[in-house]
Write a protein that binds this ligand. Structure first.
Ligand code: FAD
Ligand code: N01
Length: 537
């Protein structure tokens, strides 16, 4: 049933609540729980049929987390933590989805959500200082607070290549994968894209398909997951160290051992750190290399290390050179964590088309046509990424004071205070919004930090018997400047990545995540200083 059909099939909700929460991923689920605990009435909306967000939508073969599962877990419920046993170092999508479902069951969170319902608009009324939220199912809900837990990577780029609609075979988008799965057996498959989604799915697709052609625009850095089942001892050790881990992350420390910031490793030490990249600790190993994304010498050494590994793995030297990334620093685009990605190119049924040499001209009814000719396919897999960080917000007609549209205010790129609120939009919060570390962190930690901060801020507003909290323009301007300054100290802006919106034609190019240190301490400090930079009316 489409959302429009669904709208006709159920009675639209009307009424008043304290808070609306949009999204039932890890952010929306915890947000609802915190607001309920504070005694607020909540209405949640979720476009999907059930909870899970990212892990509900991204069901492509091989989908897994790239942060070790024990760390990619909520910390707010001891009962959930101790009652859940991850089976592998990097859990699969079905297991992570079961975890989200488990939490929803345990806290009966579905009760407050309307599923298969997209929020279409949120309009602030200055007189009442309340939001009116409308959905594609005809709901009209009035709320004091509106929390956008809409996700940073929740709007997949569709099959938008020229001629895509003419393709007569099957086509799939990794971020909207069918629940019943896809049968690749005996099929000729075209995979477009070489980001994390393609890198995770290619090895499994290639095992089933008759033949796979990978269409690569930019080669990518990928580190081996060396995934293993989790041993009881590892789990026990994690739980034993958990209080200290929690203390560290709550104190704003990264939660993993980090090198001293001023340590400049000598060649021998650096060589040892680089070996870590192939140890199976992927992004955690990257974090161990001091100034990896600040120091060109160190970054280039890391790039060369990975390039050397690709040359070792891929048997055909010409093919290896095509797979080697050389035009952006390691980690300036999110490094991928894979199982047998480069090895898969040694298979007889896998070939690579380098789109830098021969760009795609069009999708045809029977395959993919490049300047070099046509590659016939039965199935096309689009692994071409997301309208990241602002995509979900920009698809909702959000209007703040004076009827100003968020899309107009953000026409030159997103501007927020702390990634949490936007000047001119009182009582509207963004969980892991642009201007916060979000996608450059273990997202579950960032989500918890934001949800806790938002719940406390709402509690503060209520305790003062106030009706609105809003970021001041001055505080927002200063924060945006600081976010940009911090980004400019790094190598991040050197990659044409989705962090700067470079993957979506026409999107303003602004570096969106916050890369400075001590973010959690900052937002706690702002709250402790009576919400410095916010006006409470
Ligand atoms: P989401 O999980 O994206 O949930 C947002 C929800 O909001 C979605 O379900 C969406 O349908 C809903 N929504 C959006 N707009 C509307 C609307 N208008 N109306 C109604 N509903 C709406 N991060 C890590 O830290 N580690 C990882 O290992 C990791 N792996 C990832 C793997 C994949 C394949 C992807 C795509 C992302 C991964 N991420 C990872 C990032 C991941 O998005 C976050 O870790 C986390 O799951 C985000 O949770 P969320 O609740 O903020 O957003
Ligand atoms: O998307 P991407 P993704 N024609 O944007 C190419 C998280 N995640 O879904 O680099 C041809 O990274 C594009 O090429 P280029 C993680 O945060 C995590 O893979 O723009 N190709 C690129 O190769 C990740 O970073 C996991 O030149 C086109 C690819 O498509 C984020 O989600 C798994 C094209 C898109 O790569 C996004 O990952 C999955 C076109 N028109 C996702 N347009 C984990 O491992 C784009 N491309 C946990």
């Amino acid at each position: 049933m489409t959302n429009v059909e669904l709208a006709a099939s159920r009675t639209p909700r009307k009424g008043s609540v304290d808070a609306v929460v949009v999204g039932a991923g890890f952010a929306g689920l915890y947000m609802v729980q915190r607001l309920r605990e504070a005694g607020l009435s909540v209405q949640g909306f979720e476009a999907g049929k059930d909870v899970g967000g990212t892990w509900y939508w991204n069901r492509y073969p091989g989908a897994r987390c790239d942060i070790p599962s024990l760390l990619y877990s909520y910390t707010w419920s001891d009962e959930v933590r101790l009652g859940w046993r991850w089976s592998e170092k990097y859990a699969t999508q079905p297991e992570i989805l079961s975890y989200a479902e488990h939490v929803a069951d345990r806290y009966d969170l579905r009760r407050d959500f309307a599923f298969e319902t997209k929020v279409t608009s949120a309009v602030f009324d200055e007189a009442s200082r309340r939001w009116t939220v409308r959905t594609d199912a005809g709901d009209v809900i009035d709320a004091r607070f509106c929390i956008m837990a809409t996700g940073c990577l929740s709007v997949p780029r569709g099959a938008d290549l020229p001629g895509a609609e003419s393709f007569e075979g099957e086509s799939y988008v990794t971020g909207l994968w069918p629940h019943e799965g896809v049968d690749f057996k005996g099929k000729r498959v075209a995979v477009i894209g070489t980001g994390s989604s393609a890198i995770q799915s290619l090895p499994l697709i290639a095992k089933d398909a008759a033949q796979v052609t990978v269409f690569q625009r930019t080669p990518n850095f990928s580190l081996p997951a060396v995934n293993t089942p989790l041993a009881d001892e590892e789990v026990a050790a994690f739980h034993e160290g958990f209080p200290e881990f929690l203390r560290m992350v709550r104190a704003g420390e990264p939660g993993i051992p980090m090198p001293p910031p001023d340590w400049v490793p000598n060649d021998e030490e650096l060589a040892q750190l680089l070996e870590g990249l192939w140890s199976g600790w992927g992004l955690v190993a990257c974090a161990q290399i001091p100034n990896l994304v600040k120091d060109e010498r160190i970054n280039e050494a890391a790039c060369e290390y990975v390039r050397g590994k690709i040359r070792e793995i891929v048997k055909d030297p010409a093919l290896a050179e095509k797979l080697i990334p050389c035009d952006f620093p390691l980690a300036a685009k999110r490094a991928c964590v894979d199982t047998d990605y480069f090895e898969t190119f040694n298979r007889d049924n896998v070939s690579l088309v380098d789109l830098h040499e021969t760009p795609i001209e069009a999708i045809t009814p029977t395959g993919v046509k490049t300047t070099d000719g046509e590659y016939p396919a039965d199935i096309i897999v689009y692994a071409i990424g997301f309208d990241a960080m602002t995509g979900a917000l920009s698809r909702i007609d959000i209007r703040g004071r004076g009827g100003k549209a968020l899309n107009a205010v953000w026409a030159e790129g997103p501007r927020t205070y702390l990634g949490l609120m936007v000047a001119g939009f009182p009582n509207l919060f963004t969980v892991t919004g642009p201007g916060s570390p979000s996608v450059l962190s273990n997202m579950l930690m960032s989500i918890e930090f934001h949800v806790d901060w938002i719940a406390d801020a709402i509690g503060h507003v209520q305790a003062r018997q106030a009706s609105a909290i809003e970021a001041t323009t001055e505080a927002q301007d200063a924060w945006v400047e600081h976010v940009n300054e911090e980004a400019d100290k790094t190598l991040y802006p050197r990659a044409a990545s989705w962090y700067i919106g470079a993957n979506v034609p026409g999107k303003p190019r602004v570096f969106m995540p916050y890369v400075g240190e001590g973010y959690k301490v900052r937002i706690d400090d702002v709250a402790a200083k009576d919400y410095e930079g916010f006006e409470i009316a």
